[in-house]
Design a protein around this ligand. Sequence first.
Ligand code: SF4
Ligand code: FES
Length: 237
Amino acid sequence: MTTNLAIHRRDRAGERVDRFVVNHPPDRTLLDVLRALAAAPVTSDGRTVAPVVFEDACAGPLCGSCALSVDGWPAMACRVRVGDLGSQAVLGPLPGFPVVADLLVDRGAVGRALVDARAWLELDGWAGPEASPWSAQAAQHAQSAHACTACGACQGACPAMGSRSPYRGPLVMAAWELLDSTPTGRLQTGVRRALAASDGGIADCGHARVCRDVCPQRLPMGELLGSLSAGVMRGRE
Ligand code: SF4
Ligand code: FES
Protein backbone atom coordinates (compact mmCIF):
# COMPACT_ATOMS: atom_id res chain seq x y z
CA MET A 1 0.00 0.00 0.00
CA THR A 2 1.41 3.39 -0.99
CA THR A 3 1.19 6.28 1.46
CA ASN A 4 2.39 9.83 1.00
CA LEU A 5 3.74 11.08 4.30
CA ALA A 6 4.30 14.76 5.09
CA ILE A 7 6.45 14.94 8.20
CA HIS A 8 7.04 18.12 10.18
CA ARG A 9 10.75 18.45 10.85
CA ARG A 10 12.53 20.61 13.39
CA ASP A 11 16.25 20.74 13.98
CA ARG A 12 19.11 23.23 14.12
CA ALA A 13 18.41 24.16 10.49
CA GLY A 14 14.89 25.26 11.44
CA GLU A 15 11.39 24.00 10.64
CA ARG A 16 10.19 22.45 7.42
CA VAL A 17 8.07 19.63 6.02
CA ASP A 18 9.70 16.67 4.31
CA ARG A 19 7.60 14.41 2.09
CA PHE A 20 8.13 10.69 1.69
CA VAL A 21 6.41 7.98 -0.32
CA VAL A 22 6.32 4.71 1.57
CA ASN A 23 5.15 1.27 0.57
CA HIS A 24 4.10 -1.20 3.26
CA PRO A 25 1.37 -3.79 3.77
CA PRO A 26 -1.77 -2.33 5.42
CA ASP A 27 -1.30 -4.38 8.59
CA ARG A 28 2.15 -2.92 9.35
CA THR A 29 2.27 -0.21 11.98
CA LEU A 30 3.28 3.39 11.54
CA LEU A 31 6.16 2.59 13.88
CA ASP A 32 7.39 -0.01 11.38
CA VAL A 33 7.21 2.67 8.70
CA LEU A 34 9.18 5.19 10.77
CA ARG A 35 11.84 2.59 11.55
CA ALA A 36 12.18 1.72 7.86
CA LEU A 37 12.34 5.43 6.97
CA ALA A 38 15.09 5.95 9.52
CA ALA A 39 17.15 3.30 7.71
CA ALA A 40 16.58 4.89 4.27
CA PRO A 41 15.51 8.54 4.64
CA VAL A 42 14.95 9.44 0.99
CA THR A 43 12.27 12.04 0.21
CA SER A 44 9.69 11.77 -2.56
CA ASP A 45 11.86 14.04 -4.74
CA GLY A 46 14.89 11.79 -4.29
CA ARG A 47 16.87 13.70 -1.64
CA THR A 48 18.64 11.76 1.10
CA VAL A 49 17.92 13.68 4.31
CA ALA A 50 18.73 13.25 7.99
CA PRO A 51 16.69 10.40 9.53
CA VAL A 52 13.44 11.55 11.15
CA VAL A 53 13.86 11.70 14.92
CA PHE A 54 11.16 9.88 16.86
CA GLU A 55 10.87 7.84 20.06
CA ASP A 56 9.73 4.31 20.69
CA ALA A 57 10.34 1.53 23.14
CA CYS A 58 7.80 -1.23 23.75
CA ALA A 59 6.14 -1.36 20.30
CA GLY A 60 3.24 -2.35 22.56
CA PRO A 61 1.23 -0.07 23.09
CA LEU A 62 2.39 0.04 26.71
CA CYS A 63 4.94 2.80 27.24
CA GLY A 64 3.42 5.80 25.45
CA SER A 65 6.78 6.94 24.10
CA CYS A 66 5.80 6.75 20.42
CA ALA A 67 2.92 9.23 20.84
CA LEU A 68 2.77 11.75 17.99
CA SER A 69 0.24 13.65 15.93
CA VAL A 70 -1.37 12.05 12.87
CA ASP A 71 -3.43 14.48 10.81
CA GLY A 72 -3.64 16.73 13.85
CA TRP A 73 -4.79 14.06 16.31
CA PRO A 74 -2.74 12.35 19.02
CA ALA A 75 -1.95 8.75 18.17
CA MET A 76 0.53 6.07 19.03
CA ALA A 77 2.73 5.04 16.15
CA CYS A 78 2.84 1.44 17.31
CA ARG A 79 -0.94 1.25 17.25
CA VAL A 80 -1.79 2.99 13.99
CA ARG A 81 -1.81 0.65 10.98
CA VAL A 82 -0.74 1.62 7.49
CA GLY A 83 -4.26 0.74 6.38
CA ASP A 84 -5.64 3.38 8.79
CA LEU A 85 -3.49 6.09 7.23
CA GLY A 86 -4.92 5.77 3.75
CA SER A 87 -3.08 7.30 0.79
CA GLN A 88 -1.71 10.31 2.68
CA ALA A 89 -1.06 11.50 6.21
CA VAL A 90 0.58 14.39 8.00
CA LEU A 91 2.81 13.53 10.96
CA GLY A 92 3.91 15.97 13.63
CA PRO A 93 5.06 16.00 17.24
CA LEU A 94 2.59 15.33 20.07
CA PRO A 95 0.86 18.68 20.78
CA GLY A 96 1.36 20.43 24.10
CA PHE A 97 4.98 19.45 24.78
CA PRO A 98 8.35 21.07 23.98
CA VAL A 99 9.76 19.69 20.73
CA VAL A 100 13.26 18.25 21.06
CA ALA A 101 13.59 17.39 17.34
CA ASP A 102 11.18 16.35 14.59
CA LEU A 103 8.65 13.97 16.21
CA LEU A 104 10.48 13.73 19.53
CA VAL A 105 9.03 15.77 22.40
CA ASP A 106 10.07 16.18 26.02
CA ARG A 107 7.35 14.39 28.00
CA GLY A 108 9.19 14.77 31.29
CA ALA A 109 6.32 16.87 32.64
CA VAL A 110 4.10 13.79 32.57
CA GLY A 111 6.31 11.82 34.94
CA ARG A 112 6.83 14.85 37.18
CA ALA A 113 3.07 15.41 37.43
CA LEU A 114 2.51 11.77 38.47
CA VAL A 115 5.29 11.84 41.07
CA ASP A 116 4.11 15.19 42.43
CA ALA A 117 0.60 13.73 42.74
CA ARG A 118 1.84 10.68 44.68
CA ALA A 119 0.31 8.48 41.97
CA TRP A 120 1.78 5.25 43.21
CA LEU A 121 0.98 2.43 45.64
CA GLU A 122 2.61 2.82 49.05
CA LEU A 123 3.16 -0.67 50.39
CA ASP A 124 6.08 -0.10 52.78
CA GLY A 125 5.26 -1.64 56.15
CA TRP A 126 2.01 -3.16 54.92
CA ALA A 127 1.59 -6.93 55.38
CA GLY A 128 -1.58 -7.31 53.38
CA PRO A 129 -4.44 -8.57 55.54
CA GLU A 130 -6.53 -5.39 55.41
CA ALA A 131 -6.86 -5.32 51.63
CA SER A 132 -10.37 -6.23 50.55
CA PRO A 133 -10.83 -8.18 47.31
CA TRP A 134 -11.87 -6.63 44.01
CA SER A 135 -15.51 -6.10 43.37
CA ALA A 136 -16.48 -7.00 39.79
CA GLN A 137 -17.26 -3.33 39.08
CA ALA A 138 -13.93 -2.13 40.51
CA ALA A 139 -12.06 -4.72 38.47
CA GLN A 140 -13.74 -3.59 35.26
CA HIS A 141 -13.12 0.05 36.13
CA ALA A 142 -9.43 -0.59 36.77
CA GLN A 143 -9.07 -2.69 33.66
CA SER A 144 -10.11 0.20 31.45
CA ALA A 145 -7.82 2.63 33.29
CA HIS A 146 -4.94 0.14 33.03
CA ALA A 147 -4.91 0.68 29.27
CA CYS A 148 -3.36 4.10 29.95
CA THR A 149 0.19 4.27 28.61
CA ALA A 150 0.93 7.65 30.27
CA CYS A 151 1.57 9.00 26.78
CA GLY A 152 0.50 12.46 27.97
CA ALA A 153 -1.78 13.28 25.03
CA CYS A 154 -4.59 14.20 27.42
CA GLN A 155 -2.30 16.45 29.48
CA GLY A 156 -1.01 18.16 26.34
CA ALA A 157 -4.52 18.83 25.02
CA CYS A 158 -6.35 19.74 28.25
CA PRO A 159 -7.59 23.36 28.03
CA ALA A 160 -7.95 23.58 31.83
CA MET A 161 -4.20 23.19 32.31
CA GLY A 162 -1.80 26.07 31.90
CA SER A 163 0.56 28.38 33.66
CA ARG A 164 -2.29 30.22 35.40
CA SER A 165 -4.12 27.07 36.50
CA PRO A 166 -3.11 24.78 39.35
CA TYR A 167 -4.94 21.84 37.66
CA ARG A 168 -2.78 18.71 37.75
CA GLY A 169 -4.42 17.35 34.62
CA PRO A 170 -6.60 14.47 33.43
CA LEU A 171 -3.86 11.85 33.51
CA VAL A 172 -3.29 12.48 37.21
CA MET A 173 -7.04 12.32 37.90
CA ALA A 174 -7.30 9.01 35.98
CA ALA A 175 -4.24 7.61 37.80
CA TRP A 176 -5.72 8.46 41.19
CA GLU A 177 -8.98 6.81 40.20
CA LEU A 178 -7.14 3.73 38.97
CA LEU A 179 -5.17 3.43 42.21
CA ASP A 180 -8.29 3.98 44.32
CA SER A 181 -10.03 1.12 42.56
CA THR A 182 -7.39 -1.48 43.45
CA PRO A 183 -7.56 -3.46 46.71
CA THR A 184 -4.19 -2.21 47.97
CA GLY A 185 -4.67 1.27 46.55
CA ARG A 186 -7.84 1.69 48.57
CA LEU A 187 -5.72 1.56 51.74
CA GLN A 188 -4.43 5.05 50.86
CA THR A 189 -7.61 6.43 49.33
CA GLY A 190 -7.77 9.11 52.02
CA VAL A 191 -4.42 10.60 50.97
CA ARG A 192 -5.37 10.75 47.30
CA ARG A 193 -8.90 11.99 47.95
CA ALA A 194 -7.45 14.82 50.06
CA LEU A 195 -5.19 15.76 47.14
CA ALA A 196 -8.10 15.43 44.69
CA ALA A 197 -10.17 17.76 46.86
CA SER A 198 -7.42 20.38 47.15
CA ASP A 199 -6.03 23.03 44.80
CA GLY A 200 -5.25 21.50 41.41
CA GLY A 201 -7.68 18.64 42.04
CA ILE A 202 -10.84 17.55 40.32
CA ALA A 203 -12.70 20.82 40.98
CA ASP A 204 -10.26 22.57 38.63
CA CYS A 205 -11.29 20.31 35.71
CA GLY A 206 -13.17 22.40 33.17
CA HIS A 207 -15.34 19.47 31.98
CA ALA A 208 -14.28 20.09 28.37
CA ARG A 209 -13.62 16.34 28.05
CA VAL A 210 -10.98 16.93 25.40
CA CYS A 211 -9.01 14.23 27.25
CA ARG A 212 -11.67 11.69 26.27
CA ASP A 213 -11.56 12.74 22.63
CA VAL A 214 -7.79 12.70 22.19
CA CYS A 215 -6.87 9.58 24.19
CA PRO A 216 -5.32 7.09 21.72
CA GLN A 217 -6.23 4.26 24.09
CA ARG A 218 -9.86 5.36 24.26
CA LEU A 219 -9.95 5.44 28.04
CA PRO A 220 -13.37 6.39 29.40
CA MET A 221 -12.01 9.66 30.78
CA GLY A 222 -15.46 11.18 31.41
CA GLU A 223 -16.40 8.18 33.52
CA LEU A 224 -13.10 8.09 35.41
CA LEU A 225 -13.07 11.80 36.23
CA GLY A 226 -16.79 11.71 37.10
CA SER A 227 -16.19 8.80 39.47
CA LEU A 228 -13.30 10.63 41.15
CA SER A 229 -15.46 13.73 41.51
CA ALA A 230 -18.28 11.67 43.07
CA GLY A 231 -15.80 10.11 45.50
CA VAL A 232 -14.53 13.53 46.58
CA MET A 233 -18.12 14.75 47.05
CA ARG A 234 -18.97 11.69 49.15
CA GLY A 235 -15.97 12.44 51.35
CA ARG A 236 -17.38 15.89 52.02
CA GLU A 237 -20.82 14.61 53.12
S1 SF4 B 1 -5.40 8.70 29.55
FE1 SF4 B 1 -5.08 8.28 27.34
S2 SF4 B 1 -4.22 10.23 26.56
FE2 SF4 B 1 -4.01 10.30 28.79
S3 SF4 B 1 -1.95 9.52 29.20
FE3 SF4 B 1 -3.36 7.73 29.34
S4 SF4 B 1 -3.37 6.82 27.27
FE4 SF4 B 1 -2.47 8.89 27.07
S1 FES C 1 6.34 2.18 21.51
FE1 FES C 1 5.47 1.95 23.53
S2 FES C 1 3.42 2.68 23.28
FE2 FES C 1 4.25 2.76 21.26
